[in-house]
Design a protein around this ligand. Sequence first.
Ligand code: UD1
Ligand code: UDP
Length: 438
Amino acid sequence: MKFATILGTRPEIIKMAPVLDQMEKMGIDNILIHTGQHYDHEMSQQFFLDLKLKKPEYNIGVGSNSHGKQTAIMLKSIEDVLIAEQPDFIMLQGDTNAVLAGALAGSKLHMAVGHVEAGLRSYDKTMPEEINRQIADICSNIFFVPTEESAVNLLFENINPHEIFITGNTVVDACIRHLKIAEADSNILSELDVSGEILILTIHRAENVNDPERLRNIIEALLELNDITMIFPVHPRTFRALKKFGFYDLLESAPHIKLIKPIGYLDFLLLLSKSKFVMTDSGGLQEEAITLNVPCITLRYNTERPETVTAGGNILVGADKERIIETYHKISSNHTLYKKMSNANNPYGDGKASEKILNSVLKAYNSDKFDIKGSDQIKNHIGKELLRIQDEITVFEYEEMNPGTTINMVFKDSEIKFPHPDLNLKDKNIIVNKFRME
Ligand code: UD1
Ligand code: UDP
């Protein structure tokens, strides 16, 4: 079985690293395709070094461009590689333009596509990432979701539960594996010459950074919060915007703010683990913060990681100056709240997501789930039904006894449940999909 893994940006390299390691352990033949969307040493190569990854077989070198042009170039080049290499399975992660291009290219070629971090939804279509993740899920055949909540999102989009695997998030695997190495190898604290309490800060989302008003609100809040040392590794998009709108010098002259270039993963993990707070609009960082027990203040109005908020480890403050300041003071002055946020349960699993993902791929492959079916093999959907189950019966047993039926969702009182095969259906409502049998 031959895999092709497509990645292109910093978070994809980090989150796919444990999966790539696991592939090697399991002796899986994999071609690594880097789209080159991130290309600066500190946004790409540094992570290959830190995470000890092999050099990609292909680098498309797309570079920076408008979204349309960037996606178009990637789509064409990925298609060329896939046609030449004929993989049995394409692996993608997350919600960047690389995922959009890879998922489209693979599905148009009728190749099996697997999406790691499927099912996340903010429902905010002003964000390019939301469009990308929704399209990637439309194009995918097998879905690796971090939590039951993301699995349920997919059920509402009528994805077959048999194609969904709840695995946890590979970011936990990466964190657990690399924090010890970071503690031994990173000298970032002495290099930055910081002591006392620190807050790690990242901003890069287009909707914050490209909008001078939103960016100004955030910057003004940061300038006021001067009772903590802020370490701010500046993303290249943010660097350009800060310079363009004239905010860079303001930040640089603030004694409590340390502007630095983006740093490697080991250095970043170490800083994060020593931080009292995280302030960010990053997706991955919301997950890492709760994994490493650091309270997170998210500079967004919505999140596709709502589990972090319901668990109590993350508060959304948008780009609202007053809310940013108030929330920071509220948490830092209230020891009970601070402890509660630090101790929030990590919803993203036990650090074994990569293993679970690859075991699911092999299971799906061995049960012919990767065969893209022709129209003569696709069963005719004849409708949905809502049923009440009174008997002691599991999801697996019910489907065995009712050929042509798959359970789409299970309701236990007001709670929506994923139909795990061993879930007992007694006294629950279910929605079933019915298919015509030949
Ligand atoms: C991309 C992803 C975003 C992800 C982020 C991770 C999309 C739509 N966006 O956003 O979801 O959270 O990566 O960091 O795919 N630049 C450099 N050097 C580089 C890369 C970029 O200077 O190595 C500059 C260029 O000016 C470029 C800008 O940063 O125009 C933005 O880069 P781009 O890859 O388009 O988007 P990101 O903001 O990085
Ligand atoms: N990160 C890093 N160095 C930095 C900033 C972030 O290694 O200077 C890591 C961070 O640990 C996380 C990932 O980059 O794993 C998040 O990437 P980013 O915020 O760029 O993208 P997002 O997760 O929002 O898509």
